[in-house]
Design a protein around this ligand. Sequence first.
Ligand code: PAF
Length: 295
Amino acid sequence: MAPSSSPPHGIEVARTRDEVRAFRLKLSREGQTLGLVPTMGALHEGHLSLIRLAAREADVVAASLFVNPTQFAAHEDFGSYPRRESEDIDMLAAAGCRLVYCPRLTEIYPSGDSTRVRVGALSEDLEGAIRPHFFEGVASVVTRLFAHLGPDLAVFGEKDYQQLLVIRTLTRDLGFPIRIIGGPTRREPDGLAMSSRNAYLGAAERKQAGALPAALEQACKRLADGEPINAVCEKAGSRLLAAGFSSVDYIEARHAETLSPLGTGSAPYGVPGRILAAARLGTTRLIDNLPFQRS
Ligand code: PAF
């Protein structure tokens, strides 16, 4: 079955797994590779940079637009998450994407569905400790997208760094022959990481939000200079509260590849580190991360 619609700008819109499988089969017959960029829509330049990265690595790029209910807790923003399908499709077409998969809920979670994918310890720490449902929801939807589209590679933003590692782990553990690529975080002029949820910030909060990347950048310099991890993270948290953040869920310096703790003293020499943070400005929760290394 051919994808359901092909607007004049060349992008095909598929709403069922049969449609995306037909698209994938045709590419395979033509010997073309497929790169996938999964998204929840409300696209911004950060997403488009992932599409461009996928286009450099694969012959054809597909994106998905699906606000995945299983990764939201009942008290979270599933109902109010921004949905702008036709604007998103135009942006994807302009960025060179050839297929957009906008599945109905029952294509992803058929009636009676009871299968969930859970990646062990990595899912329980940091984001997973604060949002216990989150990574199971992400792993469950990404596994389905991989099964439906069968991409050769998939690109995920480093902005959601722990999510990227969870997806690398599930891809390895389930044996998907898919190369997982991390795309660098795109930032606003004041350093704020681009995110669909930045739209929730009021004008005053938006000004305060730049304190998050600034605090992380300063913390990375101090960690690279060998200042004790505990003191650096505590100081970064105090800086956020002083800048108007209402609370800090975590600021942690971890091993960049495993997210295992690096202790409380100076960061070890030559080990790739990542500082990760989540903090709240009013009702908006922001996350960010940066690399560091002591050499
Ligand atoms: O990062 C996101 O936008 C989502 O968590 C993802 C990977 C598309 C799964 O719904």
